[in-house]
Design a protein around this ligand. Structure first.
Ligand code: RB5
Length: 148
């Protein structure tokens, strides 16, 4: 599996931890920055990771800011992105099983590193169930199309 990861300064430290964790697990990781704790704007990193997901450069994306809120809102502006802000393992699993979320967002100032790893595991090990959930996702896409 190939995962794109990106953060602003508020998510930088957690990004580095999760990047290391995924690499140790044999997951290929593409890091879209940021690369230090200097203040940056989270929409720039949301866009980089989301575009890589849409272009199929990576299979899924993980984005992190202080709360996870701003970066998830920004990622969801990219057509075709379903980015779920997750602070627990149940939501992370369901975001894939029911919502086929192609990205998750995490709060670097909200989560401890161990919980963030568990959330990431729950998301990465889950699979989309399809069926009635596919119909609902298609309705989300229809809303997106209607807003052009
Ligand atoms: C940056 O200070 C902070 O606003 C950002 O990381 C994020 O929490 C926004 O939603």
């Amino acid at each position: 599996m190939k995962i794109g990861i990106g953060s602003d300064h508020g998510g930088y430290e957690l990004k580095e931890e999760l990047k290391k964790y995924m690499i140790e697990k044999g997951i290929e990781v593409v890091d879209f920055g940021t690369n230090d704790l200097s203040s940056v704007d989270y929409p720039d990193y949301a866009k980089l990771v989301a575009e890589a997901v849409i272009n199929k450069e990576v299979e899924r994306g993980v984005v992190i800011c202080g709360t996870g809120i701003g970066i998830s809102i920004a990622a969801n502006k990219i057509k075709g992105i379903r980015c779920a802000l997750c602070s627990d393992t149940y939501s992370a699993r369901m975001s894939m099983e029911h919502n086929n979320a192609n990205m998750i967002a995490l709060g670097g100032r909200v989560l401890g590193v161990d919980l963030a790893k568990e959330i990431l595991n729950a998301y990465l090990s889950a699979n989309f169930e399809g069926g009635r959930h596919l119909r609902r996702i298609e309705k989300i896409s229809a809303i997106e199309q209607s807003m052009l």
